[in-house]
Design a protein around this ligand. Sequence first.
Ligand code: MLT
Length: 395
Amino acid sequence: MNIKVNKNFENIKETYLFSEIASRVRKYQEENPDKKVIRMGIGDVTLPLSKVVVDAMKKAADEMGVKETFRGYPPEYGYDFLKEAIANYYKEMGKEIPASSVYVSDGAKSDLGNIVDIMGDNEIIIPDPVYPVYVDSNLMSGHNISLIEGNLENGFLPGPDQIDHAVNGAVIYLCSPNNPTGAVYSYEGLKAWVDFALKTGSLIIYDSAYEAFVVEDVPHTIFEIEGASECAIEICSFSKFAGFTGVRCGWTVIPEELESDGVKISKLWSRRQATKFNGVSYPVQRAAESALSPAGKAECLKNINYYKNNASMLAVLLKSKEIEFTGGVNSPYIWLKCPKGMSSWEFFDFLLNEAQIVGTPGEGFGKSGEGFFRLTAFGTYEATKEACERLDKLL
Ligand code: MLT
């Protein structure tokens, strides 16, 4: 062939982090078929969907099999019933978000990757370590990225005061509770970012996929911060909140106020979605709606507490070993310093070979993640308990 391919792909790692881990684990398992591997790598849920959600999905599937209630293409931005349920979810958090600012999608990852389509060539500011999608999608588009370092000193919560150059109209990615570190911005910490964005004419893309894990007095949504609706987009997900990793549904909030160079950001996103996306299926949207009902939320919360208990078990073990870590309180992730000065990938191999535990090497989340390691609490209670026993013997 004689076509030109996107050369920007040369700037990203050949394999996506979680695909790389899966392939290493597959190889290990093929070579060691008798070993029982405990998977604490990708943050994938293990509890089944709640009954409320399954019932809603079944009812909607039945409707699809009847002439009078069958539905074809869904609206590109989501059915009103779901957009209103999401707006109501914000209302319960004390924030008025009009349903018209909510865009339903097949998950936060898609929106985080796709949002790049509507951006021009701006400076991109991303804390490091970070969920790889922000960096990869911007590199694919040839954008320049300024990374700001998260470390133990700043609690893996870098602030705008760490930026050492003048900024004019940057796109800033923030994730809180953070993937991978489990750290959470306080109201003051997040306000510093909002103030910075307003002052510099920047846009914040705020990933709140883990907000349902928040228990302390920290923000669930960036819109709790004054001024955020003039400078922030929020992207959220049903994956971690309602166990939808295999069902696929999420949403993005784009306030009407957001405008640059006389163009509304919401208009660009609507246009992008209408062109490239055909919406989320009706049974999935009904399932998502039911997860936000009082009964659905109660069941989802029960599952979240189950994972939190796993996180507590891991935290107790690490404390007993005097291993430094962040996360595990408002987050399903525990981010630990690799013992004995091991690099992230050395620790990955060590854990896999010596204890058959799979985690995620911090380096996979960026340069500042080197020397750290992420464990997820999304496993079963039994597997997490067994992992703690194995870690207790090994470390
Ligand atoms: C993770 O393990 O970081 C997440 O599960 C990835 C994702 O949400 O796409």
